[in-house]
Design a protein around this ligand. Structure first.
Ligand code: AR6
Length: 170
């Protein structure tokens, strides 16, 4: 099994231990992949998100939290918050890397072996897709170099543009 794999499709269909959600700091859901995950997973996911909100007041940009996956085939959803691409671009790049890295750290803490990522921040948060793909791949590869827990990371691309960028970079 390759440590990194690329798939074109819908992340809600993945049978990995965890799927990652490109959430917002409120953890209360939204559109895009976030909307798709909450719709397909059912209310158990939102209930867990609300518990986390009550405990720590949401999720800051670049951080990650974990909930049940409800009715999804995955066991867990790791909710991370990518940066909105405006203002200081260098800072946004670091925050996007943090989102990937912190999701992997939460995965290891929860004995997750297989994890699927969407293309965080490349939808309504408008991060340039090429740069986002480079950051995602570099951050994941660097993490896996020093980790013996994760068996496989899937990059799940929903749109053709991201899929072809990842094909080239991987
Ligand atoms: N499976 C995999 N990827 C998907 C799916 C899906 N079912 N649906 C969309 N994508 P976005 P962001 C891809 O906008 O930019 C939400 O409202 C899509 O093609 O979902 O991080 C949250 O609540 C794109 O490449 O997330 C936040 O408020 C990628 O997912 C905000 O959007 C990310 O697009 C987060 O914005």
């Amino acid at each position: 099994m390759d440590k990194i794999a690329l798939i074109k499709g819908d992340i809600t269909k993945m049978h990995t231990d965890a799927i990652v959600n490109a959430a917002n700091s409120s953890l209360l859901g939204g559109g895009g992949v976030d909307g798709a995950i909450h719709r397909a997973g059912g209310k158990a996911i939102l209930e867990d998100c609300i518990k986390i909100r009550n405990r720590q007041g949401g999720c800051p940009t670049g951080e990650a939290v974990i909930t049940t996956a409800g009715n999804l085939p995955a066991k867990y959803v790791i909710h991370t918050v990518g940066p909105v691409y405006n203002g200081d671009k260098k800072e946004k790049e670091l925050l996007l890397a943090n989102a990937y890295r912190n999701s992997l750290i939460v995965a290891v803490e929860n004995s997750i072996k297989t994890i699927a990522f969407p293309n965080i921040s490349t939808g309504v948060y408008h991060f340039p897709k090429q740069r986002a793909a480079e950051i995602a791949i570099t951050t994941v590869k660097d993490f896996l170099k020093n980790d013996a827990h994760i068996d496989q990371v899937l990059f799940v691309c929903f749109d053709e543009e991201n899929y072809s960028l990842y094909q080239t970079l991987l």
